[in-house]
Design a protein around this ligand. Structure first.
Ligand SMILES: Cc1ncc(COP(=O)(O)O)c(C=O)c1O
Length: 400
């Protein structure tokens, strides 16, 4: 009887045609691959871009105390004033930047939401947004969802995957409105000196672009201090600075990020945010306050450990035939696969099948990346060692 009713309901109410923009969006290459990994045993995964550390305990404890004393409500749409003030202090001390916590800062659900809001607040139909490749998997789909067109600036291994000013300039058209920039970069780990950033800044000024600068890995710059884009001359006004707590403080699940930028843009982003999210989670915001006030030693300890792992894995991969440059930051390497493999997909699938090691095919990060794979070193040295032994065996077998 119930089944017959369900059938009747199904027949009477077919789903309407779903959004063609969403339907045409490719599924994330990372998700597809890791759905497969989840069905297998004894896999060493070097796939996920997530710290393997727990959130430092004092940060969790502070949030627990807040929950215990009844802080479980909505906050202001912009986020707790105490957190916005802590961010103001932090970016002033770190970069000498001065953002007004009332009008120039918005607390979001991770950098993910901040990026999405920025696009929705910036894009009008027909606008083009420049984005470098390889890049973080969400950048292009979210530009399309917001009604814009992504325009790719390719980077190449020969140049250490850096965006070259001439490539940025030659890809601009009259419709180009903004440049999405991420450094240290996921997936290449590339980062930039002040001179290199200034060369890019001069093209950006000349082409009259706005910049969305995703600096979520700013704590993890190994070879020189990170230089934030809005410190460059005139860029506080033409740049939206995005950052968050997921990577530097091992707080991915707390879902807290923030945007600092010109007040008219922040106001528009806040308007969209108030209709969609209302606010970021209050416990996450309290955890973030504690992270900023008392978490700097934790980030340094984690950074030192990632540095040790970077040096280990880069040497090891180059020794076993996966050629890669030394990434300046973040926790990824982006090696080239040996010539005997036809593609990144073949390499990753066979490696998973034969040796039970999961890495992400490079094509998840861009159209010209099918000779690369991404390896995350947010894993212990023991795990990295065991995985690289398996990879070495795999490569030797295929090279015959
Ligand atoms: C470059 C980049 N931006 C943003 C994010 C998402 O960060 P959040 O956890 O703050 O949403 C990631 C996550 O991997 C990332 O690599």
């Amino acid at each position: 009887m119930k089944a017959a009713m369900n059938r009747k309901i199904k027949k009477a109410y077919p789903l309407p045609k779903l959004s063609s923009v969403a339907e045409q969006m490719p599924p994330s290459g990372i998700r597809l691959f890791f759905d497969l990994v989840l069905t297998m045993d004894d896999v060493i995964s070097l796939g996920v871009g997530e710290p393997d550390f727990n959130t430092p305990w004092h940060i969790s404890q502070y949030a627990i105390e807040k929950i215990e004393t009844g802080f479980t409500t909505y906050t202001s749409n912009s986020g707790l004033m105490e957190l916005r003030e802590a961010i103001t202090d932090n970016v002033r001390k770190t970069y000498g930047l001065s953002y007004d916590p009332v009008r120039e800062i918005l607390i979001t659900v991770g950098v993910s939401e901040a990026y999405d809001l920025a696009l929705r607040a910036l894009i009008n139909p027909g606008d083009e947004i420049l984005v470098h490749e390889p890049c973080y998997v969400s950048y292009k789909p979210l530009i399309s969802l917001a009604g814009g067109s992504p325009r790719v600036v390719s980077t190449r291994k020969e140049n250490g995957f850096k965006v070259l000013p001439k490539d940025l300039a030659s890809n601009c058209s009259r419709r180009s409105k903004a440049f999405v920039f991420n450094y240290p970069c996921n997936p290449t780990g590339v980062t930039y000196s002040k001179k290199e950033l200034e060369a890019l800044a001069s093209v950006i000024r000349e082409k009259n672009l706005f910049v969305i600068s995703d600096e979520i890995y700013h704590h993890l710059s190994f070879d020189h201090p990170h230089i934030s884009f809005p410190i460059l001359d005139g860029f506080k006004e033409r740049c939206l600075y995005l950052n968050g707590f997921s990577k530097g403080y091992a707080m991915t699940g707390w879902r807290i990020g923030f945007a600092c930028g010109p007040s008219p843009l922040i106001a528009l982003m806040t308007k969209i945010h108030q209709y969609t999210m209302l606010c970021a989670s209050v416990m996450g915001q309290y955890a973030a306050i504690e992270a900023l006030k008392n978490g700097s030693e934790d980030t340094v300890e984690m950074k030192n450990e990632y540095f040790r792992r970077r040096n280990y894995i880069v040497k090891k991969l180059n020794d076993i035939g996966l050629s890669c440059h030394v990434p300046g930051g973040a926790f990824y390497v982006f090696p080239e696969i040996p010539a005997c493999f036809s593609s990144d997909l073949e390499f990753a699938n066979q490696l998973l099948k034969e040796e039970r090691v999961a890495v992400v095919p490079g094509s998840a990060f861009g159209r010209d990346c099918s000779r690369h794979i991404r390896i995350s070193y947010a894993y212990s040295v023991d795990k990295l060692k065991a995985a690289s032994e398996r990879i070495e065996r795999f490569i030797k077998r295929h090279q015959g």
